[in-house]
Design a protein around this ligand. Sequence first.
Ligand code: FUL
Length: 468
Amino acid sequence: MRYFLFFLFYFSAMAALAQPGPTPQQLAWHEMEFYLFMHFGPNTFTNLEWGHGTEKEEIFNPTGLDCEQWCRIAKASGATGIIITAKHHDGFCLWPSKYSTHTVRESKWKNGKGDVLKELSAACKKYGLRFGVYISPWDRNHPDYGTEKYNDVFVNMMKELFTNYGPIWELWWDGANGEGPNGKKQVYDWKRFEKTVRELSPNTVVFSDIGPDIRWCGNESGIAGTTNWNTLDTAGFTRGAGAPSQDTLNTGNADGKAWIPAECDVSIRPGWFWHENENSKVKTPEELFSLYLKSVGRGANLLLNVPPDRRGLIHENDSAALVGFRRLVEKSFASNISRRGTGYFNPHNGARQVSGLNDGNPRTLETIVAPDRSSMGIEFADSQRINCVVLKEYLEKGQHTRSFRLLLMTKKHELLREIKGTSIGRKRILTFPTTNVGLIGLAIDDQQGYTAITEIQAYLIDEKLLEK
Ligand code: FUL
């Protein structure tokens, strides 16, 4: 019997271990939650979204660039970092690259002595924000584009970025791949690009359609799937046109071989770059909050684009929306009503009180071994009005929940409302019409390995903010 139990334990532990889990760098990335994207370059001055690469360098001339202003606003919005378009498809480099003649050095800005990456990386350090770069492989300016030589150029440019502006926390590879100035498309040496980054900066997390570390969520509206697996199968796929379908990127693959969680990119304005006529089309704090629920609230991260204007500043309308958004997040999640109740865990042999589900500590958790006989939740001595529950899954050993039910009950354990879901992940925010509950129960109906839940939080948020 003892041997039998030992083997049973051993094989189930092995089965649990066989699942992919995050690297320490990815785990830290999950905690970044919300950060800003900044599209800035010649397009800011030409009113284009995709520059042709033939724009004169002199058009890049911000009149009052202030990266500290960007950082102050980022901080005020609750963002944890900034990712800047070091080079967009037009090929213009926001740093004086030795490998291009289409850079800030050739512009009139600061008499060619300016360096946006230097200013922004320094400002991010000062304000305690992580610094990331977007570098477009597609280059509509570079004369070598479309030839093998361009792969050297791209590697050398990345070397400059990592050597002169590090540490770079996230690197963003855009999937768009069009033709260069000579009408040819580039055959990218992705293996070499990846090796370069890993060697120069092993702690950098790399984004692209298919990772290696972070994947695109499959749309540019900032919306993750209500089912969102952190795992993805990448075998046979490539970046860009050869990527998995947008639907697959949106949900991930439940039993995917690699841990490649989703990042949701979206712009605060209709376009990615600043356009005068979009100053009145900035998303409202409520719209941003709704995006937060649909990205972070589905276990993904939110990368919100806030493009600086021709002055080199974040426009007043964008900064007001960001500050308003922060206020809504803070107000909504200020008071965790679960703290007024008592946590319980019923692993099948009798319920016991637990303190880890409502203590705000991500390291205290309850593990479900046999879903059909276990339940957990929060019980209240006095009924509480709530309309939002936040579930958190412990991710270090993988993502385990496959389907769950949230059970809202009276004090006498009569069912008031049942909410069904699939994935939980880092954070699952569920909203529903305000309900007076005596007990919040969580039942896991299906899982891979063992589900571990670290938090069941409850809130009463403004009804206007409930997910539609
Ligand atoms: C796309 C680009 O083509 C857009 O211009 C923008 O940079 C967006 C974030 O990614 O692929």
